[in-house]
Design a protein around this ligand. Structure first.
Ligand SMILES: *Cc1c(COP(=O)(O)O)cnc(C)c1O
Length: 446
């Protein structure tokens, strides 16, 4: 109790710190530290106040660093939504920086000297690469789904298979977005089997659209049947396919064993509207890309919601440069594609290299582990990618303790636990990450 009385007053401490730091920040740090210290004393966990200044300085430092920061993704999940989905290449990042630091022709036609369209910078590239008649780009794919439904089916019915009424995560559910858009959902078939006759029976004069949704984060095996796109098109109603993770390439060309259809394949089949994300398999910034028949796209552009969902200039810059890399065939410059297609030998080599770098960290036991990484981002959920990891065990800390310590490191490292070992998956580590990992572990030793 005596110790409690020795705690200095906030105002006394503030006198010292407000010379060096903004007053509000100093006050908050002091209050938080004093409260913690009082609790510790009451609970009998503290018998001195010697480290008070150190604690306050540390809290001020914590409060002064940005909240959003770089982390090292050692999970092996390439399109990790919690960790920012796609990483962008140097070319893309530098172009974003140039546009951010300067004025640009965002909505100005330099040829004609008058107002232009912000989408003009992407339109031709996307049309050329997919063969679509029209293109629209909005803030994200959830926005795209909303805009398509709201424009083409407000007050009308949309037919969807029960096997495709998915929840993507972060509260995005097909029935909910349908309701919010003003369209009425008509469910057909069962969870595992839907036939063409189910769609046929559901069609009425109220039907505006048939919708197909990529299952994204799960897959079905066994007694399963779904209707092929060609058959749905035979019903002679507009068909919208929410691809989720839209790809510009046939990924089989890059050696990825997957059935994921690309934007171009969908357009070639005659699907009226397709949409997908910019930051999933495409590997660009967050955006919703809508492609399809010219007159339908035009209706969406005229919908006032397009203004509410429009993309900002930094996204446009990132997306334009990403698309240009695709057009040049420079796929290795798109980190998402590079990570997904890394050769197993290469990953093994990197794991060995990291083991050599960490050898001096005496408290660690190191193992070379063969495992599987995942694509993530609701793309190719069935696909297991053979990978190599550095397995870690700490001589004093438990594996969950080690995981927590790394997560709070500088920079933070996010890794996965398998049984009693922490795995650092080589697939999602950049060269910079590899350099910094050694530093993180050396600091851990102190
Ligand atoms: C991811 C996903 C969405 C949402 O896309 P965002 O770009 O995250 O808004 C919508 N539909 C499907 C099928 C998806 O996989």
């Amino acid at each position: 109790m005596n110790l409690l009385r020795q705690i200095p007053q906030v105002s006394k401490l503030l006198e010292i710190y407000r010379k060096k730091y903004p007053e509000g920040l100093a006050k908050r740090a002091i209050k938080e530290v004093l409260q913690r210290v009082r609790e510790e004393i009451r609970e009998g966990r503290r018998e001195h106040l010697e480290d008070l200044t150190e604690l306050i300085e540390k809290r001020i430092r914590e409060l002064s660093t940005t909240s959003l920061r770089r982390v090292i993704n050692a999970t092996g999940v390439v399109i990790n939504t919690n960790l920012g989905r796609s990483v962008m290449s140097k070319e893309v990042a530098e172009f974003i920086k140039e546009i951010a630091l300067n004025y640009s022709n965002l909505e100005y036609d330099l040829e004609e000297g008058r107002r232009g369209s912000r989408l003009s910078h992407l339109e031709e590239l996307l049309l050329e690469m997919t063969g679509a008649e029209g293109v629209h780009v909005v803030n994200n794919n959830a926005g795209a789904v909303y805009l398509v439904l709201n424009t083409l089916a407000f007050g009308k019915e949309v037919v969807v298979s029960r096997g495709e009424l998915v929840e993507i995560g972060g509260s995005f559910r097909i029935p909910d977005i349908m309701r919010a858009s003003g369209a009425r959902l008509v469910e057909v078939g069962t969870t595992n089997r839907t036939r063409l006759s189910d769609y046929e029976r559901a069609i009425s004069p109220e039907t505006a659209l048939l919708m197909k949704v990529h299952r994204s984060n799960f897959y079905m095996e066994g007694f399963v049947e779904e209707v092929r796109v060609e058959e749905l098109l035979s019903l002679e109603l507009p068909l919208y396919y929410d691809l989720g993770s839209g790809s510009l390439l046939n990924l089989k060309e890059l050696g990825i064993r997957t059935q994921e259809p690309s934007f171009g394949e969908c357009i070639r089949k005659g699907i009226h509207i397709v949409s997908g994300s910019g930051d999933k398999l495409l590997g660009g910034p967050q955006a919703g890309i809508i492609l399809g028949k010219g007159e339908l796209i035009l209706k969406m552009k005229k919908n006032p919601m397009s203004r509410a969902l429009r993309v900002d200039k930094l996204t446009l810059a990132g997306l334009e440069m990403t698309l240009r890399l695709y057009r040049e065939g420079e796929y290795e410059k798109i980190p998402t594609l590079r990570m997904l297609t890394q050769k197993t030998d290469e990953l093994k080599k990197r794991a060995r290299k990291l083991i050599r770098k960490l050898r001096d960290v005496k408290s660690l036991e190191l193992f070379l582990i063969r495992d599987f990484s995942r694509c993530g981002g609701g793309a190719m959920p069935e696909l297991l990618l053979e990978t190599y990891c550095v397995g870690l065990r700490h001589k004093r800390l438990s594996t969950p303790e080690l995981e927590r310590l790394l997560r709070k490191g500088e920079p933070p490292v996010v890794a996965r636990i398998r049984e009693d070992m922490l795995l650092l998956d080589m697939r999602t580590l950049t060269e910079e990450d590899l350099r910094d990992l050694a530093k993180v572990f050396i600091k851990l030793e102190d």
